[in-house]
Design a protein around this ligand. Structure first.
Ligand code: GDP
Length: 195
């Protein structure tokens, strides 16, 4: 499935700055190094639209990718990278929170979780925040190619129980094999069409 041509259309760098679009938006977020850039590239069928980071936690901008002229995929900065300077960490929380809480065109959020690990403290903070905003959230396990079938199944069940996620709101994906990216694309389009 093709979501349509994707194009970078702009960034938000400061809390309160207006997004460069009025199209419906779907935001994608997760802690640094979760595989967000790789998944965006896999989802949009591009080799390097979103940068696969060498220095995790350093991108403090919200990036907007217009897709097929229909909606925007919004790449939020990765959170929770322990080695980022405190001053840098303090800058991105207000940026993320401001965008998430003041964007009328935001239709939903995709929260990425590394399939190899349970949710971190930062993941839970983000979950609480999303819950308070009552934003529709789709949960996605990344890098499932790194787990055996058995471990993957166990991780899916554990994640669902731990975070109280309904069955149809948790997907398993791999940017390496492409697994799950088609289903994710369909879910994104469905969310946009509901808007
Ligand atoms: P980001 O910081 O969340 O944008 O994460 P990146 O996309 O930069 O990926 C972080 C690291 O994980 C890189 O070394 C990627 O090559 C690797 N990675 C990302 N997605 C996958 C995946 O689906 N499978 C595997 N095996 N590695 C991945």
């Amino acid at each position: 499935m093709r979501l349509g041509e994707a194009e970078f259309i702009g960034a938000v760098r400061e809390p309160g700055q207006a997004p460069p679009t009025r199209l419906p938006q779907i935001a994608i977020i997760g802690r640094s190094n979760v595989g967000k850039s790789s998944l965006i590239n896999a989802l949009l069928n591009r080799k390097a639209l979103a940068r696969v980071s060498r220095t995790p936690g350093r991108t403090q901008e919200i990036h907007f990718y217009e897709v097929g002229g229909r909606f925007c995929l919004v790449d939020l900065p990765g959170y929770g990278f322990a080695k980022a300077p405190a001053e840098v960490r303090q800058r991105w929380e207000p940026l993320i929170q401001s965008y998430l809480s003041t964007s009328p065109e935001l239709m939903g959020v995709i929260l990425l979780l590394d399939a190899r690990h349970g949710p971190s403290k930062d993941d839970r903070r983000m979950l609480d925040f999303l819950g308070r905003l009552e934003l529709p959230t789709l949960f996605v396990l990344t890098k499932v190619d790194k787990l055996s079938r058995g471990k993957r199944k166990a991780r899916m069940e554990e994640t669902r129980e731990l975070l109280e996620i309904p069955e149809d709101q948790l997907l398993a994906t791999s940017a390496v094999t492409g697994e799950g990216t088609e289903t994710l694309g369909k879910s994104v389009l469905a969310a946009v069409d509901e808007a």
